[in-house]
Design a protein around this ligand. Structure first.
Ligand code: PHE
Length: 412
């Protein structure tokens, strides 16, 4: 038997390569490689196999490779792999015939079958990688984004950021610049964190001031004495959560919903507060005054702001103060606007959180988010803020692109 210099197989390969070249340009080098493997095969087996068997293998190989070279999709590939190499394929039935051959032929025929099988597997893998590359290239070409096009607003233009969210972003931006992180706590709090650890023990009159929503106590395995849950009446429990889980120095602000049984023109049962807490070994009331003054100037976007600290009382701060801002800041001279409560964190509160009050001290404030939103943006009625009226939101809301920055302006 002659080596296959001008075998049918070699010719059909060239033909495959030519056709593949039109569709799957990249496959050409792989096809040349298949041919090299096939030539090798014939050199090896032409002297040991019958002409009939050689022709049979050549036919299978050439048909399989023609199919493989024309595969266009991964689904085509999966189907071809099953039909060319799987159970019931031509190669499979050739393998099954081996048992009926004379013993001296079995070894050669088996090895030849395997060699053709290996060739087809290699070809299928090449075709698969080729399909994946061609797919990727066509996706990259068709999904190309032109970054020079102007922004298309689409649905973004209809959506509105609620003024309270916008104001929170403004406040976060200002305090972030002073090194504060954002902390969070749950709306459903334990009585212990909302009151007791904040130095408001059971029967303390301050509990009545808060008109608390109590939740039914779940029946626990411990019996009926389990501490009740409340809808938090202020964001101050986040102070406790932070001091219990973090070592000083601490600098956080914590925004969130709070709840009190209260409803009239200036009160809604749900409203928003933002808490601030700073704890380290030496921070004092003066630092707090400076931070709050810087905050007010940045927030109201004025160079000068008048502030008044009135002595007050909160069980968790000592001394405590309520802070008013001169209404010049919002263009209404001659009045004072109350915006927040604050004070030095009570040593008992620091101790309740497992920190040493001899070593650590700090200050905290709590501000009504809705109130300062109304002041800054001239919103007349608190209740409208939570009425979910789209006309109101369209009027008072902000575009998603009005991102407040210190450099670019607070109001977007
Ligand atoms: N939690 C207080 C309130 O709801 C505000 C406050 C916070 C006062 C922190 C002092 C320090 O009224």
């Amino acid at each position: 038997m002659k080596p296959p210099v001008d075998s049918e197989l070699a010719k059909s390969f060239l033909d495959i390569a030519r056709r593949a070249d039109e569709t799957h340009q990249r496959l050409a080098p792989a096809i040349a490689n298949w041919q090299k493997i096939a030539d090798q095969f014939f050199k090896q087996y032409s002297s040991v196999l019958t002409k009939q068997r050689l022709d049979e293998l050549e036919r299978i190989a050439s048909r399989s490779l023609a199919i493989t070279a024309s595969l266009k999709t991964i689904q085509d590939f999966e189907r071809a792999k099953a039909s060319l190499l799987g159970k019931g394929s031509e190669l499979d039935s050739l393998v099954k015939q081996i048992a009926h051959l004379p013993v001296d032929q079995r070894k050669h025929v088996g090895a030849a079958n395997n060699a053709v099988k290996a060739l087809i597997s290699t070809a299928l893998q090449d075709a698969k990688s080729n399909i994946e590359i061609v797919d990727l290239e066509s996706r990259l070409a068709s999904e190309r984004a032109d970054v020079t096009l102007p922004v298309r607003l689409g649905g973004m233009a209809d959506g509105r950021i609620h003024p309270v969210s916008q104001v929170f972003d403004e406040i976060a931006e200002i305090f972030a610049d002073m090194g504060f992180r954002i902390a969070e706590g749950p709306d459903i709090e334990t009585d212990d964190l909302n009151f007791t650890k904040l130095n408001i023990p059971a029967e303390h009159p301050a509990r009545q001031m808060h008109d608390t929503f109590y939740l039914k106590t779940p029946n626990t395995a411990q019996g009926t004495n389990a501490a009740p849950f409340v809808l938090r009446t202020h964001t101050s429990p986040v102070q406790i959560r932070t001091m219990m889980s973090q070592k000083p120095p601490i600098r956080i602000i914590a925004p969130g919903r709070v709840y009190r049984m209260d409803s009239d023109a200036t009160h809604t049962p749900m409203f928003h507060q933002i808490e601030g807490l700073v704890i380290d070994e030496s921070t004092h009331f003066g630092h707090m005054k400076w931070c709050l003054e810087e905050f007010c100037k940045a927030f109201f976007e004025v160079d000068q702001v008048k502030m008044r600290f009135r002595a007050s009382h909160f069980p968790f701060t000592e001394p405590s103060a309520e802070v008013d801002v001169g209404a010049e800041a919002i263009g209404k001279p001659g009045q004072w606007l109350e915006i927040l409560g604050c004070g030095m964190v009570h040593p008992k509160v620091i101790a309740n959180c497992g920190l040493d009050p001899e070593k650590y001290q700090g200050w905290a404030f709590g501000m009504g988010l809705d109130r300062i939103t109304m002041l800054k943006y001239g919103i007349p009625d608190l209740r409208d803020m939570f009425a979910a009226d789209l006309r109101w939101l369209r009027h008072y809301g902000f575009s998603a692109f009005d991102v407040p920055t210190l450099a670019g302006g607070m109001s977007g």
